[in-house]
Design a protein around this ligand. Structure first.
Ligand code: AMP
Ligand code: ZN
Length: 431
């Protein structure tokens, strides 16, 4: 069934979207306090929603709306029907509470199973899930999807890297799911143990998700482990991972349009952007029960590929996420995304596997210091002979993002590591 839906003709896809949208609109209208108020305030009625374009009558929903209506304001079903709570990883304030019915869990698991299958995962594969189990959706939701596909799942969770490696070796793990940052750290520890990530493991696939990463980082992971690595995108507000996933062509991620409606807008004006134009991704859940959200501002920057994918799947693709709108920092009037610095660094073989951007203010002058770990192969206990490298990184960043950074080369493995989402930018500027 799912294979049919991946290749569904566009007119049929649209029909399905319209009928699902009507269902979702009715559900939130009946069930959610937030939406009842919103319908009233905007003089809306579910009967006015008859085509996909009609959702433009709805205002955009923001993270602030979720917080203001915490914990139950968005819930569209009675508590008796809710079987699971997850929250979104936020650093400040209350988390966003996301509820699931039994059918919602099933729907998410199906999308994960679909996504994993199309990258070649099969029963017989041993899948080690190195994402956090618990309130974060990346652990449990992916777990359910992998079981649904019939894989042997090792619910390893995060951390304890040596034990992870032990599990990978004992059970001959073939597929892992982890953050890109952790993939590179894992490789370091494997090498420190005197093992070779290519020859001493049985890995063939990795799913990289939960944080922005560049094509260059993916290439590194593939090269170090000798595997294929696929980009996996999702967010708690849309019920977790499995929103968009790369196919074997690895050119953008198919966003599962049977389950989500997508729009791209100008984050400043809210104006729609055309296919191919970058902007903020807006998503509407189409088949969720407990907590569907209409026109949610994800904060993530991407664009829709105008061309169809050579694989023949009809669901349109979004580009690798450039970052969150709020990841962007402004230095000397230039807008910078950490992912751009990462792309430049990870494309240079002498650069190691971790970096940090420090923003500082000195005598009212702002500057960017990039702390760059040197690749182990090029590090012989001292750094001075790498002066040339410092200069090269500096001029590359200068020519590509128009800011002259200070480069600080540091020993491999000296920056703090995390097995969850990493914090790349330390802003020490005082206003
Ligand atoms: P959470 O709700 O805690 O799961 O966080 C979701 C957010 O993580 C998304 O809105 C993105 O900003 C980020 N994210 C998740 N997957 C990816 C990915 N593959 N590439 C870039 N960012 C991602
Ligand atoms: Zn494809």
């Amino acid at each position: 069934m799912d294979e049919i839906i991946e290749f569904i003709p566009l007119d049929k896809l649209k029909e399905l979207q319209v009928s699902r949208l009507k269902g979702v609109i009715e559900r939130v209208y009946q069930g959610s306090d937030f939406y009842q108020k919103l319908f009233q305030e905007n003089n809306l009625h579910p009967s006015q929603i008859t085509s996909l374009e009609d959702i433009l009558r709805f205002p955009l929903v923001t993270r602030a709306d979720l917080r203001a209506n915490f914990p139950y304001g968005f819930l569209s079903v009675s508590l008796e029907e809710v079987v699971r709570l997850h929250t979104s990883t936020g650093t400040t304030g209350k988390p966003k509470a996301i509820f699931f019915t039994q059918n919602d869990i099933e729907a998410s698991a199906k999308l994960i199973a679909r996504s994993m299958k199309l990258t070649g995962a099969r029963p017989g594969d041993v899948f080690q899930n190195m994402m956090s189990y618990g309130l974060f959706t990346g652990g449990l939701i992916f777990h359910y999807g992998a079981e649904k596909l019939g894989l042997l799942v090792i619910p390893a969770g995060t951390g304890n890297t040596e034990r992870q490696i032990g599990l990978m070796r004992d059970f001959q793990t073939t597929i892992v799911h982890l953050t890109p940052t952790y993939a590179l750290y894992l490789a370091d520890v494997i090498e420190d143990l005197g093992l070779n990530p290519r020859d001493d493991l049985h890995l063939r696939l990795a799913y990289l998700g939960a944080e922005p990463h560049s094509e260059e980082t993916r290439a590194r992971v593939e090269e170090i482990f000798g595997i294929k690595a696929y980009n996996s995108y999702g967010l708690s507000e849309m019920n977790g991972p499995g929103v968009a996933f790369e196919c074997p062509y690895q050119q953008g991620m198919h966003l599962w349009e049977d389950s989500f409606l997508m729009e791209i807008i100008d984050p400043d004006t809210g104006e729609p952007r055309r296919e191919g134009e970058e902007g903020e991704l807006i998503l509407t859940s189409l088949n969720r029960e407990a907590m569907p959200i209409i026109r949610y501002r994800t904060g993530d920057l991407t664009y829709i590929y105008p061309e169809s994918c050579p694989c023949g799947r009809t669901h349109r693709r979004i580009a690798r996420i450039r970052g969150r709108v709020d990841d962007m920092f402004i230095l000397k009037g230039v807008n910078v995304f950490p992912s751009e610095v990462e792309r430049i660094l990870m494309g240079m073989p002498e650069v190691g596997r971790n970096y940090q951007i420090v923003l500082e203010r000195e005598k009212s002058k702002d500057k960017m210091r990039v702390r760059v770990e040197v690749e182990k192969r090029f590090f012989d206990g001292s750094l001075p002979h790498l002066r040339g490298l410092e200069q090269r990184i500096k001029s590359k960043i200068k020519s590509e993002i128009l800011i002259t950074p200070e480069i600080e080369l540091i020993e491999p493995g000296s920056l703090p590591r995390t097995s969850g989402k990493s914090r790349r930018v330390i802003d020490q500027r005082r206003i």
